[in-house]
Design a protein around this ligand. Structure first.
Ligand SMILES: Cc1ncc(COP(=O)(O)O)c(C=O)c1O
Length: 402
Protein backbone atom coordinates (compact mmCIF):
# COMPACT_ATOMS: atom_id res chain seq x y z
CA UNK A 1 0.00 0.00 0.00
CA UNK A 2 1.45 3.32 -1.08
CA UNK A 3 -0.25 6.24 0.71
CA UNK A 4 1.68 8.78 -1.39
CA UNK A 5 0.15 7.33 -4.54
CA UNK A 6 -3.28 6.95 -2.95
CA UNK A 7 -3.28 10.61 -1.83
CA UNK A 8 -3.49 11.58 -5.49
CA UNK A 9 -6.92 9.94 -5.73
CA UNK A 10 -8.35 12.43 -3.24
CA UNK A 11 -9.12 15.83 -4.81
CA UNK A 12 -9.31 17.55 -1.40
CA UNK A 13 -5.64 16.65 -0.93
CA UNK A 14 -4.68 18.59 -4.07
CA UNK A 15 -3.91 21.20 -1.42
CA UNK A 16 -0.63 19.60 -0.41
CA UNK A 17 -0.43 21.65 2.78
CA UNK A 18 -3.64 20.13 4.11
CA UNK A 19 -3.35 17.42 6.76
CA UNK A 20 -6.57 15.54 7.26
CA UNK A 21 -6.77 13.74 10.59
CA UNK A 22 -10.52 13.53 11.07
CA UNK A 23 -11.51 10.35 9.27
CA UNK A 24 -13.39 9.01 12.30
CA UNK A 25 -15.85 11.89 11.73
CA UNK A 26 -15.93 11.45 7.95
CA UNK A 27 -13.41 10.19 5.44
CA UNK A 28 -12.35 12.03 2.31
CA UNK A 29 -13.74 10.71 -0.96
CA UNK A 30 -11.60 9.42 -3.84
CA UNK A 31 -12.27 10.54 -7.41
CA UNK A 32 -13.37 6.99 -8.31
CA UNK A 33 -16.37 7.44 -5.98
CA UNK A 34 -17.06 10.99 -7.15
CA UNK A 35 -16.95 9.79 -10.78
CA UNK A 36 -19.48 7.08 -10.06
CA UNK A 37 -21.83 9.65 -8.52
CA UNK A 38 -21.37 11.86 -11.58
CA UNK A 39 -22.07 8.90 -13.85
CA UNK A 40 -25.38 8.22 -12.12
CA UNK A 41 -26.48 11.86 -12.20
CA UNK A 42 -25.23 12.59 -15.70
CA UNK A 43 -26.39 9.43 -17.45
CA UNK A 44 -29.38 8.13 -15.47
CA UNK A 45 -30.54 10.38 -12.66
CA UNK A 46 -33.96 8.68 -12.41
CA UNK A 47 -35.83 6.76 -9.73
CA UNK A 48 -35.46 3.04 -9.03
CA UNK A 49 -37.99 0.17 -8.83
CA UNK A 50 -40.75 2.23 -10.50
CA UNK A 51 -40.04 3.31 -14.05
CA UNK A 52 -40.91 0.99 -16.90
CA UNK A 53 -38.21 2.39 -19.14
CA UNK A 54 -34.59 1.63 -19.79
CA UNK A 55 -33.06 4.45 -17.73
CA UNK A 56 -34.90 3.31 -14.65
CA UNK A 57 -33.93 -0.31 -15.25
CA UNK A 58 -30.28 0.69 -15.40
CA UNK A 59 -30.54 2.89 -12.27
CA UNK A 60 -32.25 0.00 -10.44
CA UNK A 61 -29.54 -2.37 -11.56
CA UNK A 62 -26.81 -0.01 -10.31
CA UNK A 63 -28.59 0.45 -6.97
CA UNK A 64 -29.15 -3.27 -6.42
CA UNK A 65 -25.64 -4.08 -7.62
CA UNK A 66 -24.38 -1.97 -4.73
CA UNK A 67 -26.49 -4.02 -2.34
CA UNK A 68 -24.72 -7.05 -3.76
CA UNK A 69 -21.34 -5.42 -3.13
CA UNK A 70 -22.26 -4.54 0.46
CA UNK A 71 -23.51 -8.06 1.15
CA UNK A 72 -20.29 -9.57 -0.24
CA UNK A 73 -18.25 -7.02 1.75
CA UNK A 74 -19.59 -8.32 5.09
CA UNK A 75 -20.56 -11.85 3.96
CA UNK A 76 -24.31 -11.30 4.33
CA UNK A 77 -27.17 -12.43 2.12
CA UNK A 78 -28.56 -9.93 -0.38
CA UNK A 79 -31.95 -9.51 1.37
CA UNK A 80 -30.29 -8.90 4.74
CA UNK A 81 -28.87 -5.53 3.62
CA UNK A 82 -31.09 -2.51 4.25
CA UNK A 83 -29.94 0.85 2.96
CA UNK A 84 -30.49 3.62 5.51
CA UNK A 85 -29.50 7.27 5.86
CA UNK A 86 -26.45 6.33 7.94
CA UNK A 87 -25.34 4.30 10.93
CA UNK A 88 -27.57 6.40 13.22
CA UNK A 89 -30.71 5.54 11.24
CA UNK A 90 -29.72 1.88 11.15
CA UNK A 91 -29.15 1.73 14.92
CA UNK A 92 -32.46 3.55 15.50
CA UNK A 93 -34.27 1.12 13.23
CA UNK A 94 -33.14 -1.82 15.38
CA UNK A 95 -34.11 -0.13 18.64
CA UNK A 96 -37.47 1.15 17.40
CA UNK A 97 -38.60 -1.88 15.44
CA UNK A 98 -37.06 -4.73 17.43
CA UNK A 99 -36.74 -3.05 20.83
CA UNK A 100 -40.16 -1.47 21.17
CA UNK A 101 -41.89 -4.64 19.97
CA UNK A 102 -39.99 -7.24 21.96
CA UNK A 103 -39.05 -5.77 25.33
CA UNK A 104 -40.95 -5.28 28.56
CA UNK A 105 -40.30 -4.20 32.13
CA UNK A 106 -38.65 -7.46 33.25
CA UNK A 107 -36.06 -7.33 30.46
CA UNK A 108 -32.55 -5.86 30.44
CA UNK A 109 -30.55 -4.08 27.73
CA UNK A 110 -26.76 -4.05 27.99
CA UNK A 111 -24.91 -0.97 26.70
CA UNK A 112 -21.66 0.72 27.73
CA UNK A 113 -20.20 4.13 28.49
CA UNK A 114 -18.01 3.61 25.44
CA UNK A 115 -20.94 4.01 23.04
CA UNK A 116 -21.60 6.73 20.52
CA UNK A 117 -24.86 8.57 21.25
CA UNK A 118 -26.37 6.90 18.18
CA UNK A 119 -26.08 3.51 19.86
CA UNK A 120 -26.99 4.39 23.45
CA UNK A 121 -29.76 6.99 23.02
CA UNK A 122 -32.14 4.82 20.96
CA UNK A 123 -31.96 2.19 23.72
CA UNK A 124 -32.45 4.84 26.42
CA UNK A 125 -35.66 5.69 24.56
CA UNK A 126 -36.71 2.02 24.40
CA UNK A 127 -35.95 1.69 28.10
CA UNK A 128 -38.04 4.75 28.95
CA UNK A 129 -41.02 3.49 26.96
CA UNK A 130 -40.92 -0.24 27.77
CA UNK A 131 -39.41 0.11 31.27
CA UNK A 132 -36.79 -2.49 30.32
CA UNK A 133 -33.68 -1.84 32.41
CA UNK A 134 -30.64 -0.23 30.81
CA UNK A 135 -27.50 -1.89 32.22
CA UNK A 136 -23.95 -0.60 31.72
CA UNK A 137 -20.94 -2.94 31.36
CA UNK A 138 -18.35 -1.61 33.81
CA UNK A 139 -15.30 -0.54 31.79
CA UNK A 140 -11.87 -1.72 32.93
CA UNK A 141 -9.09 0.66 34.04
CA UNK A 142 -8.15 1.46 30.44
CA UNK A 143 -11.76 2.15 29.50
CA UNK A 144 -12.28 -1.12 27.65
CA UNK A 145 -15.19 -3.53 27.48
CA UNK A 146 -13.83 -6.87 28.72
CA UNK A 147 -15.36 -10.32 28.74
CA UNK A 148 -14.80 -10.54 32.48
CA UNK A 149 -16.87 -7.41 33.08
CA UNK A 150 -19.43 -8.29 30.45
CA UNK A 151 -20.14 -11.56 32.27
CA UNK A 152 -20.89 -9.55 35.44
CA UNK A 153 -23.90 -7.87 33.81
CA UNK A 154 -25.15 -10.63 31.49
CA UNK A 155 -28.00 -12.75 32.88
CA UNK A 156 -31.21 -14.53 31.83
CA UNK A 157 -33.08 -11.21 31.82
CA UNK A 158 -30.75 -9.76 29.19
CA UNK A 159 -32.70 -9.49 25.95
CA UNK A 160 -30.55 -7.04 23.98
CA UNK A 161 -26.82 -6.29 23.90
CA UNK A 162 -26.05 -3.06 22.05
CA UNK A 163 -22.31 -2.37 21.84
CA UNK A 164 -19.70 -0.91 19.53
CA UNK A 165 -17.15 -2.98 17.63
CA UNK A 166 -14.54 -0.17 17.61
CA UNK A 167 -14.88 2.89 19.84
CA UNK A 168 -14.85 6.24 18.04
CA UNK A 169 -13.07 7.87 21.00
CA UNK A 170 -10.68 5.22 22.32
CA UNK A 171 -10.13 3.19 19.15
CA UNK A 172 -10.38 -0.06 21.12
CA UNK A 173 -11.62 -3.20 19.43
CA UNK A 174 -14.25 -4.89 21.60
CA UNK A 175 -14.18 -8.70 21.99
CA UNK A 176 -17.44 -8.71 20.06
CA UNK A 177 -17.40 -12.29 18.78
CA UNK A 178 -17.19 -13.72 22.28
CA UNK A 179 -19.76 -11.21 23.53
CA UNK A 180 -22.15 -12.41 20.82
CA UNK A 181 -21.57 -16.07 21.72
CA UNK A 182 -22.20 -15.42 25.44
CA UNK A 183 -25.28 -13.29 24.69
CA UNK A 184 -26.81 -16.01 22.54
CA UNK A 185 -26.32 -18.50 25.36
CA UNK A 186 -28.81 -16.50 27.47
CA UNK A 187 -31.11 -15.85 24.50
CA UNK A 188 -30.20 -12.19 23.95
CA UNK A 189 -29.76 -10.61 20.53
CA UNK A 190 -26.75 -8.38 19.72
CA UNK A 191 -26.83 -5.14 17.76
CA UNK A 192 -23.28 -4.17 16.77
CA UNK A 193 -22.34 -0.57 16.03
CA UNK A 194 -19.71 -1.05 13.31
CA UNK A 195 -19.50 2.59 12.17
CA UNK A 196 -15.79 2.68 13.06
CA UNK A 197 -15.12 -0.95 12.21
CA UNK A 198 -16.41 -1.34 8.65
CA UNK A 199 -13.92 1.18 7.17
CA UNK A 200 -10.92 -0.47 8.85
CA UNK A 201 -11.57 -4.11 9.69
CA UNK A 202 -12.75 -7.19 7.80
CA UNK A 203 -16.23 -8.04 9.00
CA UNK A 204 -17.88 -11.40 8.42
CA UNK A 205 -21.37 -11.30 9.88
CA UNK A 206 -21.81 -15.05 9.54
CA UNK A 207 -18.60 -15.74 11.42
CA UNK A 208 -19.45 -13.13 14.09
CA UNK A 209 -23.03 -14.46 14.22
CA UNK A 210 -24.26 -10.96 15.12
CA UNK A 211 -28.00 -10.31 14.86
CA UNK A 212 -27.71 -6.73 13.61
CA UNK A 213 -24.77 -4.64 12.42
CA UNK A 214 -24.81 -0.99 11.36
CA UNK A 215 -22.40 1.31 9.55
CA UNK A 216 -22.19 4.47 7.42
CA UNK A 217 -20.90 5.07 3.91
CA UNK A 218 -19.24 8.42 4.54
CA UNK A 219 -16.66 7.08 7.00
CA UNK A 220 -15.43 4.54 4.42
CA UNK A 221 -14.79 6.72 1.37
CA UNK A 222 -18.46 6.73 0.32
CA UNK A 223 -20.99 9.55 0.07
CA UNK A 224 -22.90 11.08 2.97
CA UNK A 225 -26.55 10.16 3.47
CA UNK A 226 -26.10 6.42 3.00
CA UNK A 227 -25.72 3.72 5.62
CA UNK A 228 -26.30 0.03 6.07
CA UNK A 229 -28.25 -2.10 8.46
CA UNK A 230 -27.45 -5.79 8.31
CA UNK A 231 -29.95 -8.01 10.08
CA UNK A 232 -30.48 -11.76 10.18
CA UNK A 233 -33.33 -12.45 7.77
CA UNK A 234 -35.30 -14.41 10.36
CA UNK A 235 -35.35 -11.36 12.68
CA UNK A 236 -35.98 -8.81 9.92
CA UNK A 237 -38.88 -10.89 8.59
CA UNK A 238 -40.58 -10.72 11.99
CA UNK A 239 -39.95 -7.01 12.58
CA UNK A 240 -42.46 -4.32 11.58
CA UNK A 241 -41.42 -1.38 9.40
CA UNK A 242 -40.97 1.90 11.26
CA UNK A 243 -41.61 4.13 8.24
CA UNK A 244 -44.54 3.75 5.91
CA UNK A 245 -45.10 5.07 2.41
CA UNK A 246 -44.24 4.51 -1.21
CA UNK A 247 -42.36 1.47 -2.47
CA UNK A 248 -42.34 -0.48 0.82
CA UNK A 249 -45.93 -1.66 0.45
CA UNK A 250 -47.52 -4.55 -1.35
CA UNK A 251 -51.34 -4.37 -1.44
CA UNK A 252 -53.05 -1.26 -0.05
CA UNK A 253 -56.70 -1.18 1.08
CA UNK A 254 -58.68 1.49 2.87
CA UNK A 255 -57.80 0.41 6.39
CA UNK A 256 -54.87 -1.91 6.01
CA UNK A 257 -51.95 -2.72 3.81
CA UNK A 258 -49.30 -5.39 3.41
CA UNK A 259 -45.57 -5.00 3.05
CA UNK A 260 -42.98 -6.17 0.58
CA UNK A 261 -40.43 -8.78 1.54
CA UNK A 262 -37.15 -7.72 3.20
CA UNK A 263 -35.16 -5.60 2.61
CA UNK A 264 -37.75 -3.45 0.79
CA UNK A 265 -40.30 -3.16 3.59
CA UNK A 266 -37.69 -1.10 5.48
CA UNK A 267 -36.82 1.21 2.55
CA UNK A 268 -39.69 3.63 2.30
CA UNK A 269 -39.88 6.28 -0.41
CA UNK A 270 -37.15 7.19 -2.86
CA UNK A 271 -33.96 5.74 -1.39
CA UNK A 272 -30.49 7.31 -1.39
CA UNK A 273 -29.85 6.00 -4.89
CA UNK A 274 -26.69 7.95 -5.69
CA UNK A 275 -25.38 7.33 -2.18
CA UNK A 276 -25.82 3.58 -2.47
CA UNK A 277 -24.15 3.54 -5.89
CA UNK A 278 -21.29 5.63 -4.51
CA UNK A 279 -20.94 3.26 -1.55
CA UNK A 280 -20.55 0.38 -4.01
CA UNK A 281 -17.70 2.28 -5.68
CA UNK A 282 -16.12 2.95 -2.27
CA UNK A 283 -16.19 -0.77 -1.48
CA UNK A 284 -14.52 -1.51 -4.84
CA UNK A 285 -11.82 1.02 -3.96
CA UNK A 286 -11.22 -0.38 -0.47
CA UNK A 287 -11.14 -3.96 -1.74
CA UNK A 288 -8.61 -3.00 -4.41
CA UNK A 289 -6.23 -2.01 -1.59
CA UNK A 290 -7.20 -4.50 1.11
CA UNK A 291 -8.65 -3.80 4.54
CA UNK A 292 -5.85 -5.68 6.26
CA UNK A 293 -3.21 -3.47 4.62
CA UNK A 294 -5.16 -0.34 5.54
CA UNK A 295 -5.43 -1.42 9.19
CA UNK A 296 -1.70 -2.17 9.45
CA UNK A 297 -0.84 1.22 7.94
CA UNK A 298 -3.11 3.12 10.36
CA UNK A 299 -1.79 1.27 13.38
CA UNK A 300 1.81 1.99 12.32
CA UNK A 301 1.02 5.71 12.01
CA UNK A 302 -0.71 5.71 15.37
CA UNK A 303 2.17 3.92 17.15
CA UNK A 304 4.72 6.23 15.48
CA UNK A 305 2.77 9.34 16.52
CA UNK A 306 2.20 8.22 20.10
CA UNK A 307 5.92 7.57 20.47
CA UNK A 308 6.65 11.10 19.29
CA UNK A 309 3.97 12.60 21.52
CA UNK A 310 5.50 10.78 24.47
CA UNK A 311 8.75 12.64 23.85
CA UNK A 312 6.88 15.91 24.44
CA UNK A 313 6.03 17.01 27.96
CA UNK A 314 2.54 18.08 29.09
CA UNK A 315 0.61 15.79 26.78
CA UNK A 316 -1.86 13.21 28.10
CA UNK A 317 -2.79 10.37 25.76
CA UNK A 318 -5.86 8.45 26.96
CA UNK A 319 -5.73 5.38 24.69
CA UNK A 320 -2.10 4.39 24.22
CA UNK A 321 -2.92 0.70 23.78
CA UNK A 322 -5.58 1.14 21.07
CA UNK A 323 -5.34 -1.40 18.25
CA UNK A 324 -6.56 1.04 15.60
CA UNK A 325 -5.61 4.43 14.14
CA UNK A 326 -7.26 6.69 16.71
CA UNK A 327 -5.42 8.87 19.26
CA UNK A 328 -7.37 10.67 21.96
CA UNK A 329 -5.38 13.16 23.99
CA UNK A 330 -5.12 16.59 25.57
CA UNK A 331 -2.44 19.22 26.00
CA UNK A 332 -2.36 19.68 29.76
CA UNK A 333 -4.01 22.92 30.83
CA UNK A 334 -5.15 23.83 27.30
CA UNK A 335 -8.81 23.61 26.29
CA UNK A 336 -9.13 21.26 23.29
CA UNK A 337 -11.13 23.86 21.36
CA UNK A 338 -8.31 26.38 21.74
CA UNK A 339 -5.78 23.75 20.65
CA UNK A 340 -7.78 22.68 17.62
CA UNK A 341 -8.07 26.30 16.48
CA UNK A 342 -4.30 26.51 16.66
CA UNK A 343 -3.98 23.32 14.56
CA UNK A 344 -6.39 24.75 12.01
CA UNK A 345 -3.92 27.62 11.62
CA UNK A 346 -1.42 24.97 10.45
CA UNK A 347 -4.03 23.57 8.02
CA UNK A 348 -4.52 20.46 10.16
CA UNK A 349 -8.09 19.16 10.38
CA UNK A 350 -8.84 17.46 13.68
CA UNK A 351 -11.69 16.96 16.06
CA UNK A 352 -12.11 18.45 19.54
CA UNK A 353 -15.04 17.91 21.87
CA UNK A 354 -17.01 14.96 23.19
CA UNK A 355 -17.16 13.17 19.82
CA UNK A 356 -20.90 12.40 20.27
CA UNK A 357 -19.87 10.13 23.13
CA UNK A 358 -20.30 12.18 26.30
CA UNK A 359 -20.38 9.13 28.55
CA UNK A 360 -16.77 8.14 27.88
CA UNK A 361 -15.63 11.77 28.16
CA UNK A 362 -17.28 11.90 31.60
CA UNK A 363 -15.70 8.55 32.43
CA UNK A 364 -12.29 10.04 31.55
CA UNK A 365 -13.17 12.96 33.88
CA UNK A 366 -12.32 15.64 31.33
CA UNK A 367 -14.45 18.29 29.63
CA UNK A 368 -13.43 17.28 26.13
CA UNK A 369 -10.54 15.74 24.21
CA UNK A 370 -8.61 16.14 20.99
CA UNK A 371 -8.82 13.27 18.54
CA UNK A 372 -6.63 12.24 15.64
CA UNK A 373 -7.85 9.52 13.31
CA UNK A 374 -5.79 8.08 10.45
CA UNK A 375 -6.75 6.47 7.17
CA UNK A 376 -5.10 5.15 4.06
CA UNK A 377 -4.23 8.62 2.71
CA UNK A 378 -2.17 9.66 5.76
CA UNK A 379 1.63 9.55 5.76
CA UNK A 380 4.49 9.73 8.24
CA UNK A 381 5.00 13.35 7.13
CA UNK A 382 1.43 14.11 8.26
CA UNK A 383 2.33 12.67 11.67
CA UNK A 384 5.53 14.73 11.88
CA UNK A 385 3.76 17.97 10.98
CA UNK A 386 1.01 17.18 13.43
CA UNK A 387 3.45 16.52 16.31
CA UNK A 388 5.33 19.72 15.45
CA UNK A 389 2.04 21.63 15.61
CA UNK A 390 1.20 20.05 18.99
CA UNK A 391 4.59 21.15 20.29
CA UNK A 392 4.10 24.69 18.98
CA UNK A 393 0.57 24.86 20.38
CA UNK A 394 1.78 23.71 23.79
CA UNK A 395 4.62 26.28 23.77
CA UNK A 396 2.33 29.07 22.57
CA UNK A 397 -0.38 28.49 25.18
CA UNK A 398 2.21 28.13 27.95
CA UNK A 399 3.90 31.38 26.83
CA UNK A 400 0.63 33.31 27.07
CA UNK A 401 0.02 31.95 30.56
CA UNK A 402 -2.51 29.12 30.06
C1 LIG B 1 -19.09 4.58 16.68
C2 LIG B 1 -20.08 5.40 15.90
N1 LIG B 1 -21.35 5.03 15.85
C3 LIG B 1 -22.28 5.70 15.16
C4 LIG B 1 -21.95 6.85 14.48
C5 LIG B 1 -23.01 7.59 13.73
O1 LIG B 1 -22.75 7.59 12.37
P1 LIG B 1 -23.52 8.59 11.40
O2 LIG B 1 -23.30 9.97 11.93
O3 LIG B 1 -22.89 8.38 10.09
O4 LIG B 1 -24.96 8.18 11.43
C6 LIG B 1 -20.64 7.31 14.52
C7 LIG B 1 -20.24 8.58 13.87
O5 LIG B 1 -19.34 9.26 14.29
C8 LIG B 1 -19.67 6.56 15.24
O6 LIG B 1 -18.38 6.95 15.30
Amino acid sequence: MDPYKLKKDFPVLDDETLIYLDTAASSLKPKQVIKKLDEYYEKYSVNVHRGVYNLSYVATEMYEDSRNKVSAFINADFNEIIFTRGASSALNLVATSYGLNNLSSTDEIIVSELEHHSQVLPWQNVSNITKAKLVYVPLNKEGRITIENFKKVLNENTKVVALNYISNVMGYIAPIKEIIKLSHEVGAIVSVDAAQAAPHKRIDVKDLDCDFLSFSGHKMLGPTGIGVLYGKSKLLDEMPPIEFGGDMNDNVDLYEASWKEIPYKFETGTPGIAGAIGLGAAIDYIESIGLEEIAIHEKELKDYTIKKLEELKDITVYNKTAETGIITFNIDGVHPHDAVTFFDGDNICMRAGHHCAQLIIKWLEVVATLRVSFYLYNTVEDCDKFVESVKNARDFFKSVGF
